[in-house]
Design a protein around this ligand. Structure first.
Ligand SMILES: [Zn+2]
Length: 642
């Protein structure tokens, strides 16, 4: 390793982006290839040296991957995005090839790890596990079949999402049936020649319609159409996806896909997923029943003979209850959140909490991809840790959601951590939801930067188990709900600080329905788990059984929501992860004093023992080290009961 002081990645002048993205990708890919060639042909004698070369190759591959995935999503120039996309594909291909490279595996598997320190030994152990999970140590016929299955999985996955994307359904309603809809929405939905209005199953239609439309029949018709998207085509695709995964897991010697997938997660094995779902179901039942009774009570004011409430009515009545009984005026709330003040407030809050200094980098020095991107250097006790870029507003061709991307993963002596937040917030006043999202995503960014001082890229940044990744971010959301914290930056045009009682009311409104939401989430988690463990000929029948057991709301007749539940593909058997992280987040948060969220001792311990460790140890051990005891469900249960 070099001993020169690592620096940030210099970005190109505006006219040079296309060449730069291509060159950076090619150069890092070529470096990775040549390092691996060297390992195969003439590996160093010392095990530690072999791992160091492997680490350099992984760093180069990660650098190429970062440039590919970031700029294919954010660069304003389509040519640059396309160029980055092809870099990302090359990285993906090389990664797959390396995973099935028997010669390379032989070099690494032949190392005697007995003299390695804990970190290096863990790198070796994790690397060999990755290799085995890709099937590199199996006979040739099995490897060929695994490759076939992976290729088939990619095609099925594309077909599954395409069927969802392209099957837009719609209903036709009279203008009177739009009663309750916001004026700007009605304006954007003109009446056709036949006197009717079309409402589609796309999110910008279905979400407000099921929330605001007074007409119960129209709501029911639209929600039913929505929960029938991609039926029946995706029913068959799903069966094929599950079959491919079953065979994949079985070829590698696992009892189920859930066991294979969970092996590298905090939860450990498939059976534990089922137990977790049952446990959360039990913990959330009282809260779920309580809030559901409020919904049903409100429904009965309109329909006195109603005995239950289903998916056609839940969003509508939840909104009514929030408005009538929990009275929070969203129009008033947003006057306290001007974008510039929120961004500075976030930096001040996290700076104070973690002892970090965020220093703005002038635009002419940072040379980012867009003039709205704000760049900061980050340091801790005078030591430079890295650089962040905040790209927070929407524009054409840009990624549509909110996420943290890597620009570089920090490696001691080699490169500084650089991370990017990509969001789509309002430019003037922000909704409080957006403020919470900003804190959440910034949690990933802080994790990325703080865990960037490691010798091993394998453990750098958010390199922890997938079902722990969300916990630090979910915990940081708490700071965006604290009246004292918000008071440090949330001020309206008259300079008045957001009142504590308004924050309190916002929290109450947000808390309403958390129990039945948890039950609904556990129904989804049960679908994702059960379909990957138990073979069934009739997915809808199985869905109805699981819904009856896990959701507090009844099945909506004639629907087949499994066909458009996209996460069955992306998350496979692991949809439980978000709730799992939340349980851990609530537990970690219990260590903080709610009267003083800035207590430097607790925050410092959390920074050093959890965030800064990255993937150096199992998440369960990091959490135990911070809390002084193993994690429990107590804090989560207490929160549900609040
Ligand atoms: Zn997140």
């Amino acid at each position: 390793m070099t001993t020169t002081e690592p620096t940030h990645l210099p970005l190109p002048l505006e006219s040079d982006w296309l060449d730069w993205v291509g060159a950076r990708g090619e150069q890092q890919l070529a470096l990775a290839r040549s390092l691996v060639d060297g390992l195969r042909a003439a590996p160093p004698k010392e095990p530690l040296e072999v791992l160091r070369v492997w680490n350099e190759a992984q760093t180069a591959l990660s650098n190429a991957g970062s440039v590919g995935s970031l700029f294919s999503e954010v660069h304003p120039d389509k040519q640059v995005r396309d160029r980055a996309e092809s870099v990302a594909q090359e990285v993906q291909k090389l990664d797959t090839d390396l995973g099935l490279d028997t010669e390379l595996y032989a070099v690494l598997a032949g190392l005697d790890g007995s003299s390695l320190d804990a970190d290096a030994a863990r790198v070796l152990e994790r690397t060999l596990r990755d290799f085995r999970r890709s099937g590199v140590d199996r006979d040739e016929a099995t490897r060929d079949r695994l490759r076939e299955l992976s290729e088939r999985a990619i095609l099925l996955s594309q077909e599954f999402s395409k069927n969802i994307r392209e099957d837009v359904r719609s209903i036709r309603v009279t203008p009177e049936q739009l009663a309750g809809m916001p004026a700007d929405w009605v304006e954007a939905h003109p009446v056709g020649d036949d006197g009717l209005v079309t409402v589609t199953t796309d999110y910008p239609d279905v979400v407000p319609f099921r929330t605001f439309a007074h007409d119960a029949d129209a709501r029911r018709e639209l929600v039913t159409a929505f929960l029938t998207i991609a039926w029946p085509d995706n029913d068959r695709v799903l069966q094929d996806i599950f079959a491919v995964r079953r065979e994949h897991a079985s070829l590698l010697g696992y009892e189920s896909w859930a066991d294979y997938d969970a092996e590298v997660k905090m939860i450990g094995n498939g059976k534990a997923i089922g137990e977790f779902i049952d446990r959360i179901t039990e913990l959330s039942t009282a809260s779920a029943e309580r809030d559901k009774a409020v919904l049903l009570g409100r429904l009965r004011q309109d329909r006195p003979d109603a005995t239950d409430i289903d998916g056609a009515d839940t969003s509508y009545y939840a909104e009514l209850v929030r408005k009538e009984q929990l009275a929070v005026d969203a129009q008033r709330v947003r006057t306290y959140f001007t974008f510039e003040a929120v961004r500075q407030g976030l930096l001040d809050v996290t700076g104070r909490l973690f002892g970090l200094d965020w220093t703005p980098v002038p635009r002419e020095d940072a040379r980012t991809w867009h003039e709205e991107v704000a760049t900061y250097d980050v340091s801790f006790q005078g030591e430079r840790l890295g650089r962040i870029h905040l790209d927070l507003h929407p524009r054409d061709g840009k990624y549509k959601h909110a996420a943290q991307f890597d620009l570089a993963r920090g490696v001691n002596g080699t490169q500084l951590a650089e991370g990017v937040l990509v969001c789509n917030f309002n430019r003037g006043l922000m909704e409080h939801d957006e403020v919470v999202t900003l804190f959440h995503e910034f949690g990933h960014l802080v994790h990325h930067v703080l865990a960037g001082r490691t010798d091993w890229v394998r453990f750098s940044g958010v390199a922890t188990e997938w079902d722990f990744v969300e916990a630090p971010s979910q915990m940081l959301e708490e700071w965006a709900w604290d009246a004292d914290v918000l008071a440090t930056f949330a001020r309206n045009a008259d300079g008045e600080t957001i009142p504590a009682d308004l924050v309190e009311a916002m929290r109450r409104a947000d808390d309403f329905g958390k129990g039945y939401d948890a039950r609904t989430q556990m129904f989804y988690a049960a679908l994702s788990y059960d379909f990957h463990v138990n073979q069934t000929d009739d997915l809808t029948a199985r869905l109805r059984e699981l819904m009856a057991r896990y959701s507090v709301f009844p099945y909506l007749s004639g629907t087949h929501m499994q066909c458009h539940f996209g996460h069955l593909d992306g998350y496979s058997s692991a949809y439980y992860t978000y709730m799992w992280s939340l349980v851990i987040a609530k537990d970690m948060f219990s260590a903080f004093d709610r009267g003083d969220l800035f207590d430097p001792e607790v925050a410092g311990a959390y920074r050093d023992k959890v965030l800064a460790q990255g993937g150096r140890r199992d998440a369960a051990d990091l959490v135990e080290d911070f809390l002084g005891r193993p994690y429990t469900f107590d804090a989560y249960a207490a929160w549900l009961a609040e």
